[in-house]
Structures are given as C-alpha cells and as structure tokens.
Design a protein around this ligand. Sequence first.
Ligand code: ADE
Length: 236
Amino acid sequence: MRIDILTIFPEMFSGPFGHSIVKRAVDKGLVNIHLHNIRDYATNKHRRVDDYPFGGGAGMVMMIQPVMDCIEALKKERNYNEIIFMTPDGELFDQPIANQLSILENIIILCGHYKGIDERLREHIITREISIGDYVLSGGELAAAVVTDSLVRLIPGVLGDETSALSDSFQDGLLSPPVYTRPADYNGWKVPDVLLSGHDLKIADWRHEQSLLRTRDRRPDLYQQQKPDASSDNNP
Ligand code: ADE
C-alpha cells in the first residue's frame, strides 16, 4: 500500500511515523508513506497556500492551486483509489472504514488547515471526507496520522501475529476482553482462575462473555447492533 499525505507541516509526522508499528512496516517495505509539503507547489512569490475568503469573514482558506498541482503531479505517476480530505464534517472514522481503506493500493490524504479548503477541491477532486471525531483539531495532520496508523496495522505481515489485528476491539463490533500477565497474584489482586486453567474452550467462552459485558456497559450503542445470537446466548 502507498499513502501520500499532503500537508503544510510534514515534520508533524516524524513522531507518529518514526516509532513502533508504523516505522517497522515502513522499514519492512509493507507500506510506503510519502509526505508532500503543499507549500512546495505554491507558485506565488511568497509561497502562500491560503487566502482570504470571498464574501469576508474570519479565517483563511486553503487555495486550490498548490493542492491541485501536487495532486495532479501524483496522479500522473499512478492511479489513486481514494483522495481523502481530513475534516471534522466528514464521515466518522471507524473500524469498518479502516478495514475498507487498508486493502486499497494507493491513497492520498489531504490535511486541511485554517478555516478550510476551497470548496471546489471538495466538489471536484476529493473522493472521500473523513472525521476522526466530533471535535475540531488545529489541522488535519493528527487526524491523518490516526487514520494512517489504523490502516497500517491491518496490512498483512505488519503485526507479528496475523490474528492480533482481527482480535482488536471493534473488529467484531465488540470491545476487547480484559487481559492479564504475570504475576498471577499481585499482593492479593488475582487473575481470574479460568485464564490459568489451560482449558482453551472455557477461556474463549469467558473472553467472549467479557467482551459482551464490557460492550454492554461501556458502549450500549455498539451492543444494540449485535446480532441477536451474539448477545442472547450469554444474556449478561
Ligand atoms: N481536522 C480538524 N479537525 C478534524 C477532525 N475532527 N477530524 C478530521 N480532520 C480534522
């Protein structure tokens, strides 16, 4: 998978992409992440990428030309499955969207700034608009890093244990069950007996039940969406 990120702050990504799973995936060649500074495409004297909004009002608007030139240059090289704009008024990002995007070949992610981007970019060139939550960030960079991280961990071979992305919270619409590690008894705080029983079937049943309980208590909205057979068998 190739991800091209268009931003006016490429250095913001060195933290999130320079460590852990994303870095390992990049180093292994399982994903190619390319950062493009939109300012490099500005043709005006001061390399401006924003301008005043027509009609007046507060805030600046990201101009079409530098963004368009950058996207056109990329599109000359390859086809893109999606050109995504990070924006608080986009569709709310969730695990099913992450799953959909993770199987694509090439995507562009555009990070907005200021008051927004010229609407004509959204009308004519953007294919998908994504929000990571109902709050406003200073720009799309952190949101793009969140989306990229969630996609990269789904790419086959990125996680050591192939099954671990599948057992993530939300993959089956449920939250993950609690986990424990050594010691089995920490000053009287004990690990549930079933996890020490060595009985795989009982452990799987316990984990499923805990997932259901946790989802019911913490995310009743997700719990409601469960198929009847998933929630009725344990009826917690
Ligand atoms: N840009 C600013 N806020 C954002 C949000 N919540 N999601 C995606 N992009 C954003």
